[in-house]
Design a binder for this molecule. Structure first.
Ligand SMILES: Nc1ncnc2c1ncn2[C@@H]1O[C@H](COP(=O)(O)OP(=O)(O)OP(=O)(O)O)[C@@H](O)[C@H]1O
Length: 245
């Protein structure tokens, strides 16, 4: 299997002006590969750097140093240093990201929040809305909420809209930060089934999860983080053995 990402020496430090310019380590010298088509789960204690890792790959955060080589065919782009225009083009077409919480767009109904990235891909309004409705239905959002504004939704309802929006354009690389944390067990199962079907069609997922059952169920490999560093990269079988031991 080839790699979609080669992450090497990735470091992110935050300068904290409110504490006399002291630096806080978000990531320190993080190195690992992501294989094409795999589901890679990122686990670790709170504050260990999981979200910072996803944000550096997505370039929401500009890394302090290191490389994030994104491979496609014989082309490679360093997401850590490439220009903004390249980042934006890749985000639109190939790299999706769902943060833990939906930052909803005011006065846009849920179905249009999900349809928007599909419209940006050039799909007609009807097709985009149809795909959006299908996804929201699969994620069991009550149909009467499809045309409502997510601002009034519960945490779990918003999370479904957020996940649907990220996966709708079928990105080649999907970055998910705790995408199922607010879902009840049944809805979570539907969300995981949906993610699995995306994996089958070739999407690579790097996802942060706290829930061990979810990791056991869906991950091919697990990156364990601690104190801004990668401690280990485990195959799912080794992870399962440790969890059940
Ligand atoms: N924008 C920021 N400014 C300053 N410090 C930050 C920022 N983002 C993250 N950090 C710091 O970087 C470290 C790693 O944070 P990060 O959010 O990546 O951890 P995490 O493993 O995702 O935690 P959690 O599981 O609680 O979401 C923490 O010490 C955090 O305070």
């Amino acid at each position: 299997m080839s790699d979609i990402l080669t992450i090497d020496g990735l470091t992110k430090r935050f300068e904290m002006h409110v504490i006399d310019g002291r630096e806080v380590a978000g990531l320190e010298d993080v190195t690992f590969d992501v294989r094409d088509g795999e589901f890679l789960a990122v686990v670790g204690e709170s504050g260990s750097g999981k979200s910072s890792l996803l944000k550096c790959i997505h370039r929401t955060y500009e890394p302090t140093s290191g490389t994030v080589a994104y491979h496609k065919g014989d082309q490679t782009v360093d997401l850590a240093t490439c220009d903004e225009r390249t980042v934006l083009a890749l985000r639109g077409a190939e790299i999706g990201y769902a943060s833990q919480f939906l930052h909803e767009i005011p006065r846009v109904p849920a179905v249009d929040v999900v349809a928007r990235p599909l419209r940006e891909q050039g799909k007609s309004p009807e097709t985009a809305r149809e795909i959006a409705r299908d996804l929201l239905e699969t994620l069991q959002l009550p149909e009467e909420l499809f045309e409502a504004y997510p601002a009034t939704f519960s945490g779990g309802e918003r999370q479904r809209v957020n996940l649907a929006r990220a996966i709708a354009p079928r990105p080649r690389l999907l970055l998910l930060d705790e995408p199922t944390s607010a879902l009840d067990p049944e809805t979570r199962e539907h969300a995981l089934d949906l993610l699995e079907s995306y994996l089958d069609s070739g999407t690579t997922v790097v996802g942060v999860f706290h829930n061990r059952d979810v990791v056991e169920r869906i991950a091919d490999r697990v990156v364990e983080m601690d104190d801004a560093r990668v401690q280990r990269v485990l195959d799912c079988s080794a992870y399962r053995e440790e969890v059940t031991a």
